[in-house]
Design a protein around this ligand. Structure first.
Ligand code: GLA
Length: 415
């Protein structure tokens, strides 16, 4: 009796300090303004693309009408530059009234009426990265304000907080205030990336206790080179990052830039496959009003999304690197099932034929035989034994994205 009372007290106090929202059991999916729309606040000159409620409403409409919501993309996320330049008379943040005439509450109502969720942005420190008012001295008030507005996700940045040693205290404070609102708000932290930049050792146990997702590395830009440098960072740090990922907690390599200006269709497939392997949030930053069908199809590929959203939430690893070929594998929930991305990062101008021994895929099998589905080509290969090789042709800057099933179980599933 006493022992259970003590246990309850201990559990109670743990719950109050750690993030306690039940969210992000699988990597969150949605749309985030920053990479594509930046801090464009000039609605007079550029009404179609400026950071305004109209932009978020139009993206919400596209998410619903063009199949993204049905595929799982549910968050519509505002980034920097939404605020008025000062707080109001009660010290509350409020949205720039010209660009957001309905206020964030009105926008949240619209987003919710579409069955979607709204994300917002603030920063630890006195200013956002673009110099707008941030949460520095007002963490508690801002957490309450966001909850009152009906916000569902919060990204807390931090570039203007020069003393990065304070982040390991400040972010957990915000976690506590978010919990206290009683509203489940998915918490996205930029804290580890700033510690990394400042050479401060990162305590990922503490990060995972306080954040649902977190940025580890530099901002993505609209280039293949940027995508590759990010993939490389996650490979180099995989022994640290894989163990902290799991339901409720995911490393965030930043937004999907599929359908923007730079990636070819093959490169876009590669980003999509790699973000699925990494159990990364799938937050698109693109113009859904003008995206072309071949990019939309990549973003909506159900078999790829199923790998990303696998319930076990395991982050995959680079298991082989040989010249321009990398093999990445992620364990899936299904018994004996794996996803493997064979990535060709090279620019040799013809497809390369690769022949990879199955023992190098980083998979285990109990039955000894796999069936393999290429999820982009929608092609099936049958009866691969562990002592055999898998042969495939991969174009430059592209990927073969494979779902491996134990042959016997696949046959059973298909019946
Ligand atoms: C930082 C973040 C970006 C974006 C900008 C906004 O650079 O890492 O993701 O939020 O700030 O100013």
């Amino acid at each position: 009796m006493w022992a259970s009372a003590v246990l309850l007290v201990l559990l109670g106090s743990f719950g109050a300090n750690a993030l306690d929202n039940g969210l992000a059991r699988t990597p969150p999916m949605g749309w985030l303004a920053w990479e594509r729309f930046r801090c464009n606040v000039n609605c007079t000159a550029d009404p179609k693309n400026c950071v305004s409620e109209k932009l978020f409403m139009e993206m919400a409409d596209r998410l619903v009408e063009d199949g993204y919501k049905d595929a799982g993309y549910e968050y519509v996320n505002i980034d920097d530059c939404w605020m008025a330049k000062q707080r109001d008379a009660n010290n509350k943040l409020y949205a720039d009234p010209e660009r957001f005439p309905s206020g964030i509450k009105g926008l949240a109502d619209y987003i919710h009426s579409k069955g979607l969720k709204l994300g917002i942005y603030t920063a630890y420190g006195n200013f956002t990265c673009q110099g707008y008012p941030a949460s520095g001295m007002h963490l508690e008030l801002d957490a309450q304000t966001f909850a009152e507005w009906g916000v569902d996700m919060l990204k807390m940045d931090g570039c203007k907080q020069m003393d990065r040693h304070t982040m390991k205290k400040g972010y957990p404070q915000m976690t506590k205030y978010l919990n206290a609102t009683g509203r489940p708000i998915l918490f996205s932290c930029s804290w580890p990336d700033y510690e990394r930049g400042a050479g401060i050792p990162i305590n990922y146990t503490l990060v995972a206790e306080n954040c649902n997702i977190w940025r580890n590395y530099v901002d993505i830009q609209d280039s293949w080179q940027s995508v590759l440098s990010i993939i490389d960072y996650y490979a180099k740090e995989q022994d640290t990052l894989v163990p902290v990922a799991g339901p409720g907690n995911f490393n965030d390599p930043d937004m999907l830039i599929i359908g923007d200006f730079s990636l070819s269709v093959e490169q876009a497939k590669a980003q999509m496959a790699m973000w699925a392997i990494l159990a990364a949030p799938l937050l698109m930053s693109n113009d859904l009003r003008t995206i072309t069908p071949e990019y939309r199809d990549i973003l909506l590929n159900k078999d790829v999304i199923a790998i990303s959203q696998d319930n076990a939430g395991i982050m995959g690893k680079r298991v082989l690197q040989n010249g321009s070929i990398e093999v990445w594998t992620k364990k899936l929930t299904g018994i004996g099932e794996f996803a493997t991305a064979i990535l060709n990062v090279g620019d040799y101008g013809a497809p390369i034929n690769v022949s990879i021994p199955l023992v190098d895929f980083g998979v285990e099998t109990f039955s000894g035989v796999f069936d393999i589905q290429d999820v982009f080509l929608q092609k099936d290969y049958y009866n691969y034994f562990m002592d055999g090789n898998f042969d495939i042709e991969i174009p430059p800057n592209s990927v073969a994205f494979l779902h491996l099933y134990p042959s016997d179980l696949r046959k059973l599933k298909k019946k």
